[in-house]
Design a protein around this ligand. Structure first.
Ligand SMILES: NC(=O)c1ccc[n+]([C@@H]2O[C@H](COP(=O)([O-])OP(=O)(O)OC[C@H]3O[C@@H](n4cnc5c(N)ncnc54)[C@H](O)[C@@H]3O)[C@@H](O)[C@H]2O)c1
Length: 578
């Protein structure tokens, strides 16, 4: 089979990377989260501290005030440092405080001292650390709020004027001069600008959350809908409700409602909360019957709405119940897992499992809106992160660029945008949408062979079984090797596959006990197979469906991958990553 190196037939060896510690894998994945702070910049008096505290409270994030950090570190007030050591010493402390603040985990709300932007290196730190929000207040507003500049060393150097009015005028002049210098710098690094003049504190906090929420439209004739993505996006559920709805049936799990602390009070409709047990087994026809019975007892009409709050299990289940109840009732997905945010909640594929197979019964039924509140992800268990990241990697080969260098928020936004485009072109999965199954043929074979239930040491951090997204990650490496073996892609492209998967700390080796003949048998039963081995493979035209792949080639690739020597060929350049 052409280009596979000669190691193909060598007996299986031990996984050479078995000793990678769980901690390293975990930290690698956190890299994209390190860019998830919300940083408030702006002049003194713009409200950074108050708004920061409100946001931290609402979004359940740590709160850091960089001025307060300086005071804690030095044991002096800002005014004292200015007076005793001068502005340069203060700026030095300020930079250290900022460097420390952006290291905080989980991602925080950080109120950044007004003058921090003057320093070029501070500006680069801010840009890298997350979303920078410029709270812009006019000179009049600032002058009004700051009065005689009491306690502000840059405005009031000790109060030389006896006349308060003259003192205020002097402060205003100083503010004008400071604004002139700082305004271009604030604008240079701001991701969003929020004007605060004339607004109350709660209103500004709301405006910040709205400004940070991005929308992607899933365009479908007559059934287009919005996906709202961002920190605090769940505040906008009410915007997505059908105007005629009077009741809402919320389908969720107790754990999800508790952990995400989603505020259902923003929905001003009569509510019924229906709890479903967590886990894949809940995607059952008996639960569809249960949900429809509760909907009926609640007198939910076809003009009302079902709200699915959870991961893919809940969105698939509640979506199918909504599709079936009254032959179609509107539903909204509030996706709380990474996998649901980038995939399951978008596109209207709903369904349940039966004992003969996963997702065998279902319907295409589009939601009327989707919420991807990125704050919800912070309570996700580690295994669910990896499961989502495994699914995310596939987007890196379907058109999402720079997946590994962007922030988590951008990654989610870009994946949603790509999925929305695919759904628009191929709502019913005739071909293009099948590409979303990149890596899934091997993943399903591994799951069918029982590896998802086993705690296969060395494949995923010890102590837990392989999650679906992790099986997909292994499947993507397999698909790359298969494409390489068939001469469809070159060595560099295989390297890129492995590099991306390793960037996320995902597994890329077959379980030691995996047998080529067993896996091939399971692959033949794949729903894409239809009589011949069919794969989604990368190639000169990008990722596409490839039919009639020879069984021998597939077996040889599995054996080659199992030897794990392929790492020597494809990983050497990125070895220092682990
Ligand atoms: N419809 C589609 O297009 C599509 C696409 C991909 C996958 N799926 C389906 O999605 C399902 C998998 O979805 P999943 O990975 O989200 O699994 P899941 O729904 O089982 O969620 C995983 C676990 O995380 C918990 N959880 C979810 N959000 C949480 C949060 N914010 N904080 C704490 N815990 C949270 C859940 O309660 C659950 O225990 C599968 O059934 C799969 O078939 C559907």
């Amino acid at each position: 089979m052409g280009v596979l190196p000669a190691t193909l037939k060598i007996a299986r060896v031990r996984n050479p990377l078995k000793s990678i510690s769980v901690r390293l894998w975990y930290m690698e994945a956190i890299a994209s989260l390190r860019k998830a702070h919300i940083l408030l910049i702006g002049m003194m008096g713009a409200g950074k501290t108050t708004i920061g505290q409100i946001l931290a409270d609402q979004l359940k994030r740590p709160y850091i005030d960089s001025d307060r950090q300086v005071m804690q570190a030095t044991g002096k007030s800002v005014a004292e440092i200015f007076k005793e050591e001068g502005e340069a010493a203060f700026r030095r402390q300020e930079r250290i405080a900022l460097q420390e603040a952006v290291k905080v985990f989980p991602p925080a709300i950080i109120s950044v001292a007004g003058g921090a932007v003057l320093d070029e290196s501070n500006r680069r730190i801010l840009e890298q650390a997350g979303k920078v929000v410029f709270l812009r207040a006019s000179l009049d507003t600032l002058a009004d709020r700051l009065g005689t500049g009491e306690g502000r060393p840059l405005l009031n150097a000790g109060g030389t004027e006896n006349d308060e009015e003259a003192e205020r005028e002097k402060v205003k002049d100083t503010l004008a001069a400071l604004l002139e210098v700082r305004m271009p710098l604030y604008l240079e690094i701001a991701d969003v600008v929020v004007d605060v003049d004339g607004l109350g504190e709660e209103e500004v906090a709301e405006k910040v959350k709205r400004a940070l929420t991005e929308e992607v439209e899933v365009k479908l004739a007559g059934r287009s809908y919005k996906v709202c993505i961002g920190p605090g996006a769940s505040s906008y559920i009410k915007d997505l409700l059908p105007p005629e709805a009077k009741k809402v049936a919320v389908v969720t799990s107790e754990n999800i409602l508790e952990k995400t602390a989603i505020d259902l009070d923003v929905i001003d409709l009569e509510k019924k909360i229906i709890y479903i047990e967590e886990g894949e087994k809940s995607k059952s026809l008996s639960n569809i019957e249960y949900l429809c019975s509760v909907f009926a007892q609640f007198h939910l009409s076809r003009h009302d709405v079902v709200l699915a709050v959870g991961g893919g299990v809940i969105t698939d289940l509640a979506g199918f119940a909504a599709a079936s109840y009254h032959r179609g009732t509107p539903f909204i997905n509030v996706a709380t897992s990474l996998l649901a945010q980038i995939d399951a909640a978008i596109g209207g594929k709903t369904g349940v499992n039966i004992k003969e197979g996963k997702n065998l019964v279902g319907a295409f039924w589009q939601p009327v809106g989707v919420i991807c509140d990125t704050e919800h992800l912070f309570s996700l268990p580690e295994a669910e992160w990896y499961s989502g990241l495994g699914e995310m990697v596939k987007y890196g080969f379907l058109g999402v660029r720079n997946l590994d260098s962007s922030s988590l928020f951008e990654q989610i936004y870009n994946c949603v945008q790509l999925k929305a485009g695919i759904v628009k072109s191929d709502e019913r999965e005739s071909e293009l949408r099948m590409l979303l199954n990149y890596g899934h043929t091997m993943a399903h074979a591994l799951e069918a062979a029982g590896f998802a239930e086993n705690e296969e040491v060395g494949i995923v951090p010890s102590g837990r079984s392989l999650r679906h997204g992790e099986a997909v990650a292994i499947g993507i490496v397999f698909a790359a090797l298969l494409a390489y073996g068939m001469g469809r892609i070159d060595e560099k492209k295989v390297e890129r596959h492995i590099e991306l998967i390793r960037h996320y700390g995902l597994p890329y080796l077959l379980p030691e006990k995996a047998e080529a003949s067993d896996l091939v048998e399971f692959m033949k039963r794949d729903k894409k197979a239809a009589g011949s081995l069919t794969f989604i493979l990368d190639g000169p035209n990008g990722v596409e469906v490839v039919k009639n792949v020879s069984e021998q080639t597939v077996k040889e690739t599995i054996e080659y991958m199992a030897v794990a020597d392929f790492l020597d060929t494809f990983v050497s350049k990125s070895h220092n990553m682990v």
